[in-house]
Design a protein around this ligand. Structure first.
Ligand SMILES: Nc1nc2c(ncn2[C@@H]2O[C@H](COP(=O)(O)OP(=O)(O)OP(=O)(O)O)[C@@H](O)[C@H]2O)c(=O)[nH]1
Ligand SMILES: [Mg+2]
Length: 475
């Protein structure tokens, strides 16, 4: 059923600022009627008479030209009418392509509003596309991911989501469960006659299958999240080991101050780099040491904060001097979780043995993250490619190829998949415990509901608000 949303909405769809072309979008029941008053095609037709999905050279009028107080049109424009349902929102849509000046675009919107349109809310066009069945919820989310993608990998996974890779997988799982649930429920109606429409063994097989397929999908989330959001890495270590030098080398820019004086960096410096195809937020921090200096102490407090949020710790050591007591304590305390040891100043004679470091942090290896050591010279920009590859290998399997198989990139999707898996486990438990078919059916229904949440077959205002509020206006 068509969702008209009653109002006709309009918004500037292109970024504000000067550009060759700027686009104003109008969508809704009265999109054509309202735009007709603002846009006059040069061929003297009304917008209603134009062929859908074709561009027409037109004049755009401002409120003043409409009132007659100004004889000049606002601008000339190319206008396209897209009649429902073959439009982005599934409603009648008019797109007005003017020159990309903020005043022109703003005035066009004002004229449309004056004629009865309403300013769109963030993501409202895409929300309408979803409500009108043009997109499922995963695809709507993929639209935002596509816009926000900063690396080729994140763009590919966003495109894969947009093209329905995850949706199809979820629907296939639902289909399988639904067919078997129908058989189970059919059997429930004939309990008296003792007719069974489905063998317990078959049902167990189906559930086992669904369980392991869900598991596989859930396991892709770790890589998926990193592809979509990127890695947040903090460079930490004693003062003067070369943390800021590494930041600068990776950025290929003199971003942070480098000096031979320990305690140079005070604030956390936050920059983005593309590391072997992955978006990485790199935090350069104040060197960790005991200090009486108030500002430096505040810097160290911020370093510790950055440490807490980081997905990866690049623990830096100066390889040109022997390991100090300070290094040992810091290694012991902070070389935890996902951590890479970076031995810097490799252009100077080496004084630090890898084995000594491993001896200090061996304890951590048991946590499942094998500790790797990379030697670089930040000053001479040597070893940086190995460093980048090692970082990549910490987060991705070597054969990882974004955009091929379905991959879970959103926490929302992962949570729903895990919920579905939990319900499947319960159904399996019910079978084992010899419970009634009703109980098993209830668990299977719960699993189906969780899967339905992913595509939006089941959605609440709350979920929708959360998804669409991150969009820009005009999308
Ligand atoms: N020989 C050599 N010197 C380096 C290298 N990397 C950094 N340095 C020098 O080490 C000194 C400290 O470098 P920084 O990058 O400021 O060190 P930092 O770890 O950021 O220091 P704080 O901000 O004080 O914690 C500077 O004199 C750098 O030129 C390197 O690879 N080789
Ligand atoms: Mg520094």
């Amino acid at each position: 059923m068509e969702h008209s949303g009653e109002d006709t909405i309009c918004a500037i769809a292109t970024p504000l600022g000067e550009g060759g072309v700027g686009i104003v979008r109008v969508s809704g029941e009265r999109a054509i009627a309202i735009s007709t008053k603002v846009v006059q095609p040069r061929n003297h037709a009304t917008l209603e008479q134009l062929t859908s999905h074709r561009l027409y050279l037109s004049d755009v009028h401002s409120e003043n030209t409409l009132k007659g107080s100004d004889s000049f049109p606002l601008d000339e424009a190319l206008v396209v009418v897209m009649k429902k349902p073959r439009s982005y929102t599934g409603e009648d849509v008019v797109e007005i392509q003017t020159h990309g000046g903020p005043l022109i675009l703003q005035s066009t919107c004002e004229a449309l509003i004056q004629q009865g349109a309403r300013m769109a809310e963030p993501g409202e066009f895409t929300k309408r596309a979803f409500l009108n069945g043009r997109l499922d919820l995963t695809q709507a989310e993929a639209v935002l991911d596509t816009i926000q993608a900063t690396t080729s990998s994140s763009l590919r996974t966003a495109q894969s989501l947009l093209r329905g890779t995850l949706r199809r997988e979820v629907e296939r799982l639902k289909e399988e469960l639904l067919t078997n649930l129908a058989h189970l429920e059919a059997g429930m109606d004939f309990v008296e006659e003792d007719i069974s429409f489905i063998q317990t063994a078959q049902l167990e097989r189906v559930l086992q299958n669904a369980h392991s397929e869900l598991q596989q999908l859930i396991e892709t989330f770790e890589e998926g999240r990193i592809v979509r959001e990127g890695i947040k890495a903090a460079i930490i270590g004693r003062p003067n080991v070369g943390k800021s030098s590494l930041l600068n080398a990776l950025l290929k820019m003199d971003r942070a101050i480098v000096s031979p004086d320990p305690g140079t960096t005070r604030d956390v410096i936050d920059e983005s780099v593309n590391i072997a195809g992955i978006h990485m937020r790199l935090l350069d921090t104040a060197g960790l040491r005991h200090t009486e200096d108030f500002v430096e102490e505040e810097g160290i407090r911020r370093t510790k904060e950055a440490l807490e949020e980081a997905d990866l710790i690049l623990f830096m050591i100066d390889g040109s001097v022997e390991l100090s007591e300070e290094d040992r304590t810091l290694l012991h305390d902070h070389a935890t979780g996902r951590c890479l040891i970076v031995i810097n100043k490799n252009d100077l004679p080496n004084q630090v043995e890898t084995a000594d470091i491993l001896a200090i942090v061996r304890r951590e290896e048991k946590e499942g993250h094998q500790l790797q050591v990379v030697r670089i010279s930040a000053k001479n920009e040597e070893g940086l490619d190995t460093l980048k590859e090692t970082i990549r290998s910490l987060f991705f399997k070597s054969n990882f190829e974004p955009g091929q198989a379905p991959i879970v990139t959103h926490l929302r999707h992962k949570a729903a998949l895990a919920q579905a898996q939990e319900s499947i486990s319960q159904a399996q438990g019910s079978i084992k415990a010899g419970m009634d078919a009703e109980c098993i059916a209830l668990d299977m229904r719960a699993a189906l509901d969780s899967l339905g949440e992913i595509t939006g077959a089941i959605s609440t205002e709350d979920i929708l608000d959360r998804i669409f509020r991150d969009f820009c206006i005009g999308k």
